[in-house]
Ligand binder design. Structure first.
Ligand code: DX5
Ligand code: ZN
Length: 219
């Protein structure tokens, strides 16, 4: 079963609560929340208070993607704000193993995101501790960019490695440029959680966008 995670980066920020409620009604599985600090990535979004403000609008898990330097400093506040899963960038963590374990010790699911240029090998010694790997299929920072096809063999290699380790329950999430066509490609390669911002929030009919993604992934 494919997980569909609408990214609120492309939602109407003035109506964030209602946007989140709407995608839940239309069958979304997780809410993907992009936190950017204007340092690690050029863009700046919002922080834990905004996450807390939308928590009461949905029961769906909050899948928080931290595009920030030293993400450890936000963990406690994000737990209080209602995060369920936290993904940090390998490139933003000096002590990645420590940060992953800090997330798990707070009782949350831990993920690591890899930029397009980052090899899978950075995960060799933490992969067994992860609930999720986020393969960036664009360079992080902005919605509405084009999917990078060179990420398909990376997804395939990661799925093989997870199978080899017997970690069939670990999620491979993809983020960036996911639409009705690319959803099929990434799912074939082994991704089971699809983030989509522009494709879902850029259409009036969110219900059909979500079902198109799900059908494409399962075709
Ligand atoms: C990009 C963010 C994504 C973004 C994806 O840095 O991590 O979650 O919202 O946007 P789309 O789906 O529009 O490419
Ligand atoms: Zn994201």
């Amino acid at each position: 079963m494919t997980i569909i995670a609408p990214s609120i980066l492309s939602a109407d920020f003035a109506r964030l609560g209602e946007e989140v409620r709407e995608v839940e009604t239309h069958g979304a599985d997780w809410i993907h929340i992009d936190i950017m600090d204007g340092q690690y990535v050029p863009n700046l979004t919002f922080g834990p208070p905004v996450v807390a403000a939308i928590r009461s609008y949905t029961k769906l898990p909050f899948d928080v993607h931290l595009m920030v330097n030293t993400p450890e400093r936000l963990l406690d506040d994000l737990v209080k704000a209602g995060a369920d899963r936290i993904t940090v960038h390998a490139e933003a963590c000096v002590h990645l193993h420590r940060t992953v374990h800090a997330i798990r010790e707070l009782g949350l699911k831990a993920g690591v995101a890899l930029n397009p240029h980052t090899p899978l090998s950075v995960l060799d010694y933490v992969l067994d501790d992860l609930d999720l790997v986020l393969i960036m299929t664009v360079n992080p920072g902005f919605g509405g960019q084009s999917f990078i096809p060179a990420m398909l063999p990376k997804i395939r290699a990661l799925r093989e490695e997870l199978n080899r380790r017997g970690r069939t329950e670990a999620h491979i999430e993809v983020d960036g440029g996911i639409n009705g066509e690319t959803a099929k490609l990434v799912a074939e390669a082994g991704a089971n959680a699809l983030v989509a911002g522009n494709y879902i929030f850029g259409q009036q009919d969110r219900s059909s966008a979500i079902s198109t993604l799900r059908a494409a992934a399962q075709s």
